[in-house]
Design a protein around this ligand. Structure first.
Ligand code: AMP
Length: 122
């Protein structure tokens, strides 16, 4: 899928719409999800134009990839998610119901999160 420069996270990166920033590094930005699903719900995005994890892992430089991994862990610590534990989730494409076509990792925490997925047929 081609990158859409009008997606909402691209607008946040350009400063066209606000976000509640949690953490920033050279290649990554983290902010609170606008519709939190758990007491801690933060999104971490790369600053580069990558549609999803597949695109990022194929095209991003080693420096961007290392920065992004570190930014995710650093962000979790900024919000204290590491104390009780947390879940990372990144929806990639149609099967995963990805809504915003700019790579983002969700950090969920602050409560027991239950099993990660229902089994087929449940
Ligand atoms: P996904 O289904 O993984 O693409 O999730 C997209 C996430 O982006 C959802 O959890 C939304 O609540 C969140 N979201 C959408 N617009 C904004 C925004 N302007 N600021 C922060 N989070 C947003």
């Amino acid at each position: 899928m081609a990158y859409d420069p009008n997606n909402v996270f691209a607008k946040i990166l350009r400063g066209e719409i606000p976000c509640k920033k949690v953490h920033e590094s050279r290649h990554s930005l983290a902010f609170h999800d606008i519709n939190p699903l758990s007491p801690i719900h933060v999104l971490v995005i790369p600053k580069g134009a990558y549609v999803d994890f597949d695109d990022f892992s194929a095209r991003a430089s080693a420096e961007e990839q290392a920065d992004y991994i570190k930014a995710i862990g650093d962000t979790a610590r900024v919000v204290g998610a590491e104390k009780g534990g947390y879940r990372l989730l990144s929806n990639c494409g149609v099967n995963a119901n990805q809504e915003v076509p700019h790579l983002h990792v969700h950090i969920f925490g602050g409560r027991l999160l239950g099993r990660m997925l229902k089994k087929d047929g449940e």
